[in-house]
Design a protein around this ligand. Structure first.
Ligand code: F6R
Length: 614
């Protein structure tokens, strides 16, 4: 969701801000704007639509030189995505400019108060009240930092605010509550960003801010305080990926690049986490072995693709550890009064580490005294910071909005967690764990094999470019894969797609089957005979009713051949690990179909990469 950039230094702020916004485009947005401090006032522009619209406007009416500025890409919440509602927003006199990510929940009351005091607010946004309140303080002689502290004390909800005062080019001031914000530390220049992509080409030194903190950046310094004005500290860290990781590297889409990076990503997710005998070492799990032995229930919470990773994790964790494991959508979890105790392990899976629904869910779990472990890809993000322990997935930056390597590395982290629990609790022998670890270690090669054999998928995308609906069937660990395949297609191709547990077909969904309907079928490995055979029956049932079957099965599975209109071969792997290979053809299909249909694969309509509002 909204992307935020702030800069103070000696470069042209316009260039730094626009480039930063470009690198944040992947977060999803529908308007963009910039404000610069120039000659005692604010100069700026803002436009609905893509960044290109803003750049065109700036090219036609150039902005004055400035070395202090802020910028924003907006994902609309309050008010339509038009020029007026785009950020930055100004106070009454135009002296203070503000950009914002999040939702100010008490904005209606504040707006009413401002209007009664004679303020004229021009947009439909919640943000504009913050601009007016800040400017009131500044006009009363308070510096921007103190003004920000005072205003934040009055705001409710989730917000990152970044502001500049037209009469003070020395500083950019930002605040955060429940929304992402990081500081980039340069030499003779400093940066603000919603995430490190905003400034990665200038510096890889970052400062993570805590909850309810205000930060003031100047050319030569960074000062952090709480909302009361007391000095506070952020956490310094080095960003371990570089600019190249945030570029397309010759691919047409970030998503395609990220699909093809998956062998490397899986390798990195496994790196250093087991020895040559398969003994697991999860150093980041800061929950003691004794505490892990006392766990009597695991609840995994997540949204979207991460939720499907959680569904796979349930099969693995219950099978390997015999601990009951529930899986729940984060946004449902908090509102049903879940039963949590000190012995409940809540696992929060989030690629971004900023998903508001998941963040609020872990906060609820923490108040109930449960242990919280995050599985996360983004260092410096909020969910791991607030959790007791974290397993980082090490996928590298995921820029395509649709999760690919993020999802696969989440699966790897879930497998590692399940095996680690089994090791600590002694529910599996060391050699059994070692055997699974050896299979995992072979996964980068197997995933590469699926990518190398993916030619048929491209033809399939051409063939189905006019499809109105596509179904996905799976069983056991293949069921979440079917759901993930359908989600990818909805997100990218904007066509109706649904995933079903194949056993559920006859209870209703089979009525959807009609002549020529494409149905993807994930066939379990033959090691699980019953599941395998039942899946074949399901394929026969849909085919008998006219469906066109695209069957994903082990490459030497001859039993499926008579029922497959299109056969996608998969390497032979254990059933629980099959999602790592079976998901890839679906990712490629969605990416390719969306490309053929002329859609923007990296920034699908209406979607945001990081969903920072509830
Ligand atoms: C789908 C997708 C989303 C995310 C979901 C959770 O391709 O990317 O469904 O999986 O929004 O996001 P995180 O994992 O960042 O919490």
């Amino acid at each position: 969701m909204c992307g935020i950039v702030g800069y103070v230094g000696d470069k042209q702020a316009r260039d730094v801000v626009i480039e930063g916004l470009r690198r944040l485009e992947y977060r999803g947005y529908d308007s963009a704007g910039i404000a610069l401090v120039h000659d005692g006032t604010i100069a700026g522009d803002k436009r609905a639509g893509k960044l290109a619209n803003l750049e065109k406007a700036i090219a036609e009416t150039p902005l004055p030189p400035s070395t202090t500025g802020i910028g924003h890409t907006r994902w609309a919440t309050h008010g339509a995505p038009n020029d007026v509602n785009a950020h930055p927003h100004l106070g009454s006199t135009g002296r203070v400019a503000v950009v914002h990510n999040g939702i100010i929940e008490n904005f209606a009351r504040l707006r009413d108060e401002l209007e009664r005091a004679g303020h004229d607010l021009v947009s439909e946004t919640d943000t504009e009240v913050a601009a007016h309140l800040l400017e009131n303080e500044v006009l009363a002689g308070v510096d921007l930092t103190a003004a920000m502290q005072a205003v934040c004390r009055r705001l409710e909800g989730a917000f990152t605010l970044v502001a500049v005062d037209g009469q003070d080019p020395s500083r950019v001031v930002a605040a955060r509550r429940n929304s992402p914000l990081v500081v980039g530390i340069g030499e003779g220049e400093n940066f603000i960003g919603s995430d490190v992509a905003a400034f990665i080409e200038h510096t890889r030194e970052a400062l993570e801010l805590g909850q309810d903190q205000v930060v003031t950046i100047t050319r030569d310094g960074v000062e952090v305080s709480d909302f009361e004005g007391n000095a506070a500290e952020g956490r310094r860290y080095h960003v371990n990926w570089d600019l190249a990781a945030a570029e397309k590297d010759g691919y047409d889409w970030f998503m395609r690049k990220e699909i093809f990076e998956q062998p490397r990503a899986i390798g990195d997710a496994l790196l250093g986490r087991h020895d040559e005998n398969g003994l697991l070492q999860l150093d980041e799990v800061r929950i003691s072995d004794d505490e892990l032995r006392d766990i009597d229930k695991v609840i995994i919470i997540a949204c979207g693709s991460s939720y499907y990773a959680a569904m796979v994790a349930k099969y693995a964790i219950e099978h390997w550890t015999r601990i009951p494991c529930e899986v729940e959508l984060s946004h449902e979890f908090r509102y049903r009064d879940p039963i949590l105790t000190r012995n409940t392990l809540v696992v929060a899976i989030s690629q971004s580490g900023e998903t508001a629904d998941t963040l609020m869910a872990i906060r609820h779990a923490i108040t109930q005294k449960a242990r919280v472990l995050a599985i996360c890809n983004t260092n410096g993000s909020t969910i791991p910071r607030e959790s007791d322990a974290v397993i980082y997935t090490h996928a590298g930056p995921e820029i395509g909005v649709a999760s690919t390597k993020g999802f696969l590395t989440q699966l790897v982290a879930c497998y590692l967690l399940g095996l680690y629990l089994a090791q600590v609790r002694g529910t599996k022998y060391g050699d059994e764990i070692g055997a699974v670890v050896r299979e995992l270690a072979m996964m980068p090669d197997r995933v590469q094999q699926v990518l190398d054999d993916s030619g048929a998928i491209y033809a399939l995308a051409q063939r189905f470019k006019d499809a109105k609906s596509v179904l996905f069937l799976g069983r056991h660990a293949g069921f979440p894969v079917a759901l993930e395949g359908a989600l990818k297609l909805k997100e990218l191709a904007y066509i109706h797609a649904e995933g079903f547990a194949a056993g559920e077909l006859k209870h209703g969904p089979i009525a959807l089957i009609e002549e020529g309907l494409p149905v993807f079928c994930v066939v379990p490995p033959r090691g699980r005979d019953q599941l395998h055979d039942k899946m074949i029956s399901a394929i026969q049932e849909v085919r008998a009713r006219g469906a066109l079957t695209i069957v994903l099965a082990e490459s030497d599975d001859t039993e499926v051949v008579p029922y497959a209109d299109v056969l996608i071969p998969l390497p032979t792997v254990p059933t629980l690990l099959q999602p790592l290979v079976a998901t890839i053809p679906m990712q490629l299909f969605a990416c390719e179909l969306a490309t053929v249909m002329g859609h923007d694969v990296d920034q699908p309509r209406n979607l945001a990469k990081s969903v920072t509002v509830e």
